[in-house]
Design a protein around this ligand. Sequence first.
Ligand code: PDD
Length: 277
Amino acid sequence: EKMILNGKIVVRSDISVDVEDRGYQFGDGIYEVIRVYNGRLFTATEHLSRLLESAKSIRLDLPFTIEDMESQLNELVRENGLEFGTIYMQCTRGVSPRNHAFPAPAVNPVYVAYTKPLLHSQELAKTGVKTILEEDIRWLRCDIKSLNLLGNILAKQKAAEAGCFEALQHRDGMVTEGSSSNVSIVTDGKIKTHPATNLILNGISRQVMLRLCKENGIPYSEEPFTTDELLAADEVFLSGTTIEVLPVIQIDGQAVGDGIPGVVTRKLQKLFRDEVI
Ligand code: PDD
């Protein structure tokens, strides 16, 4: 199985992590997850643009262009014979004696990428998932796809321990997003999802979903909604690279709508499927 290390295709055993890699010590880096369908990268440009945006936001200079990264990721997918799966990629600020301030002079960033097979989960998509409500304790730059995921991890673990798939986070009474997904509600046929501010990651799947709404005349608005609106919504769904559009059927043990995936959610699931395969 091949991987990318700093712009070269290598085997896994050729890669080692330095104990003083700033990603390892500080979470000082950024990442992306890109889906591969039928051997092709889905929305690669969007993901790679966001990677560069994230890098810029943490003042990390990456010596790669979107075109170079994309063509090399395609090569990796070919070499690994990946048909359906994901690519995980991350860049850290590099290796330097431990010190909070940036290395001076700057060192080379460390860029790795690898693939993993993943099939569409028909079962989950059909039944929908249970969730919990959880306070959003993360920092105020959730728009950056940072390697610092402690808030997300603690929220997800709490969900897992409750036998649930996801934690729906809220800050100051407003629903922000899941621990690794965006959240939308449907009320009287209209979709609401948190606007792309510093409080959420502007998911690529979220953007695809909103475009599909626009193209298919499904009304939507990007505005914050309260936890009360969430609990009273007819339908709730998640979106994300690995889950596409996923119905939420329960929140803290309480049924969403009739407790089964709703019509608008199912329509969006179908539109999303048609888009990717
Ligand atoms: N997670 N919000 C958060 C906090 C996320 O971590 C993700 C993605 C999303 C959805 O973004 P997108 O549609 O671009 O995948 C929203 C990835 C898949 C992960 O960490 O594995």
